[in-house]
Each structure stands twice: as C-alpha cells, then as structure tokens.
Design a protein around this ligand. Structure first.
Ligand SMILES: *Cc1c(COP(=O)(O)O)cnc(C)c1O
Length: 252
C-alpha cells in the first residue's frame, strides 16, 4: 500500500505562498451578508450583484455537503470542472519537470491542460474493452508522476472503470488519482464519493454542466480530503464562482 504525503506532491512555491486576502477575509466572524465593504470599494446601491460574491461559496457548499454526506471543507467549487482540473495541475505539477498519466481515448482536456502547464502527458491506452491497463500504468509511473486522470464513466466510450482497477491505482500510486465523474448521474454505478475518507489521494470532480443542464453557469465541483482542498483553496482566484452562478446553482 502506498503512503500518500501531501507535502511531497505539492509544488514548493505553492507550499510557501501566502494566499491573497480579501476585505471579506478580515470579517470572518461577522455575518457579512448585510454589510457593504467600502474598503473593497463595493458600490452601496443594491442591485443584487453590487457585492463581491462569497469567495468560499458557503451556501452552495452547504447544500452539496448535505446531499452528498461530506464536509464543506472537503469541497472546492470552480468555474466549471475544467477550472478545477487546471487548479490541480497548478498546485501539484511542476512545469517542465513533472508528468501526469491519462488514458485515451478519453476527455481531451487533460492533455490540453498538461500542454498549457508545461507538464508531460504520459498516455496509456485503455484496453480493448476500454478498461485501464493497471499494470502498464504503474510501470509508466515515476517519481515525477503527480496525477492519474480516470474519467469514469468515460468520455467518449461511455463505460465505467472496474472497481478493482480503480482501487488498485488508489492503493499503489503515491500521487493523486482524479476520477472525473462528469457523467456519474447517467450511470447505474455509485459515485466514488463514499470513499473520500478512505483514500487521502482520491480526488473526484463533478459538474452541473451535463445532467443538470446548467453548462452556461459554469459550476464544477471537486471533492477530496481536507488537506488537498486546502491547497487548492490557497491558489484559486478569490472570486472564481460569480454571484449569479451561486444563486442559480441554489435554485436547481
Ligand atoms: C464536459 C466535461 C467536463 C467539463 O465540464 P465543465 O464543468 O463544463 O467544465 C469535464 N469532464 C468531462 C469528461 C466532460 O465531458
């Protein structure tokens, strides 16, 4: 069984950086809903969107936490799950040094994000029945492999990956195993969400874009251990999920 250590996989600059602090962060202990932050130059004339949005999107996360039986501190929201995937690269993959593994044919964004972030994308084809070739994947892993992307149910093949192969990867890989569950609501199989307390290296991404028909609002969700989520929180843009999106997400 591999031992996962967040410190060995996090980029040094991310470990040492001091996150941006917004005017709102200084009033954590207050109910800020009725306040206007003149020190952030918020306009005092109410029109529904004159205030900066909640950077932690707490009211959206409260619903997701309740529905999915996880803690709010195990959730990060993004401008679509594509932003969540990009944040994972930026937090954990050192440009021109680290690598990730993806399993074609699969969602093209993993490779694109690898290119954007100057991270090598090691491709290990799915088997002829579209399952991960676990032994081959583990052979391709080296000390600079930070993330394995599993899309399950997979785009474009439509099938889910076997529990056995997912568990083997979670147990034997010391980096992050990201399970992209953009299509989980269309599947008979359960989400891997029930396992996040079990595996500290498990990251799950979901989206409101497909089954919920809300691609236009751009809301992606990341579930992981508190330690992974707190690293992502350090680097995310403070207001990455806008007020209209938060409101619309709560109406669904
Ligand atoms: C559509 C899709 C996404 C992106 O979803 P957004 O939340 O709209 O960014 C992620 N992964 C897969 C597999 C997809 O098909």
């Amino acid at each position: 069984m591999s031992t996962f250590d967040i410190n060995t996989i996090t980029r040094d600059n991310v470990k040492s950086l001091k996150p941006y602090s917004s005017a709102r962060d200084e009033f954590e202990d207050f109910d800020t809903a009725e306040m206007i932050f003149l020190d952030a130059n918020e306009n005092p004339y109410q029109n529904g969107v004159n205030r900066y949005p909640d950077p932690q999107q707490n009211s959206v996360k409260a619903i997701l936490a309740k529905n999915n039986l996880v803690k709010q501190s195990q959730i990060l929201l993004g401008n679509g799950s594509d932003e969540v995937l990009d944040l994972l690269f930026r937090a954990f993959c050192e440009p021109n040094k680290d690598n990730i593994i993806s399993l074609p044919p699969t969602y093209g964004m993993y490779g694109v994000l690898a290119n954007i972030n100057a991270v090598e994308n090691r491709e290990v084809l799915l088997s002829t029945d579209f399952q991960p070739q676990v032994e081959k994947i583990l052979e391709v892993v080296d000390e600079n492999t930070k993330i394995i992307f599993l899309c399950s149910p997979n785009n474009p093949t439509g099938n889910s990956f076997s529990d056995e192969s997912v568990v083997k990867l979670l147990q034997n890989f010391k980096g992050l195993v990201v399970i992209d569950e953009a299509y989980i609501d269309f599947s008979d199989k359960e989400s891997w969400l029930t396992e996040i307390d079990e595996y500290p290296n498990l990251v799950i991404t979901q989206t409101l874009s497909k089954a919920y028909g809300l691609a236009g609002i751009r809301l992606g969700v990341c579930y992981a251990s508190e330690e992974v989520i707190s690293i992502l929180n350090k680097i995310k843009p403070p207001y990455n999920v806008n007020e209209l999106t938060q409101q619309r997400a709560k109406e669904r």
